[in-house]
Design a protein around this ligand. Structure first.
Ligand SMILES: NC(=O)c1ccc[n+]([C@@H]2O[C@H](COP(=O)([O-])OP(=O)(O)OC[C@H]3O[C@@H](n4cnc5c(N)ncnc54)[C@H](O)[C@@H]3O)[C@@H](O)[C@H]2O)c1
Length: 151
């Protein structure tokens, strides 16, 4: 399968990318490197012995993201992108909402335009659960049904 991993240069994302490559999946990573150095992906490729495609793109850049989806037919998206420092999110809630929610809306918009219905959202904070709700709302309105819908 061709799997797009958002936030794939991050902690959980990079481990997931390695596992996907070891399972012989083709991986595309989109990350703006706000919280992770791209060198993490060099190490993943060294460990797996497989190349991946990396786009240093902000998910909120809907046009840039759309070009990523134009390049290659994507089967599924695993969505790890986000800022997640608890203290900072309390100090700067609007920055966090803008980064995480606007990014997910942008991602779902581009997925919708490219008729891609499979997404695995990361869930750990309340707002991430709401993000899952956005994704499920979009996908439920189409022919596919989500396997699980946590709120
Ligand atoms: N770390 C944990 O123990 C844990 C556990 C459960 C769930 N989660 C969730 O998994 C997700 C990833 O966690 P992590 O620990 O890997 O975090 P992380 O900060 O290491 O990775 C997140 C990645 O998203 C990227 N990013 C942020 N904003 C972006 C944007 N607008 N456009 C593109 N890329 C952007 C960052 O550069 C970073 O590489 C988070 O949603 C987190 O809440 C984490």
């Amino acid at each position: 399968m061709v799997v797009l991993v958002t936030g794939g240069a991050g902690y959980i994302g990079s481990h997931t990318v390695l596992a996907l490559q070891r399972a012989a999946h083709e991986v595309i990573v989109v990350d703006n490197c706000a919280n992770s150095p791209p060198v993490a992906l060099d190490r993943v490729q060294q460990l797996s012995g497989s190349a991946l495609v990396f786009h240093e793109t902000d998910l909120r850049d809907t046009r840039g993201l759309s070009r990523v989806f134009d390049e290659r037919a994507i089967d599924v998206v695993i969505h790890f992108e986000g800022l997640k420092a608890v203290g900072e999110s309390v100090a700067h809630p609007l920055r966090y909402y803008h980064n995480n929610i606007a990014a997910t809306v942008s991602l779902c918009t581009v997925m919708d335009q490219h008729d891609i219905r499979k997404i695995v959202p990361a869930r750990s904070h309340q707002h991430r659960q709401r993000l899952a709700g956005i994704a499920f709302a979009l996908l439920q309105s189409r022919r596919s049904r989500p396997i699980r819908a946590h709120r």
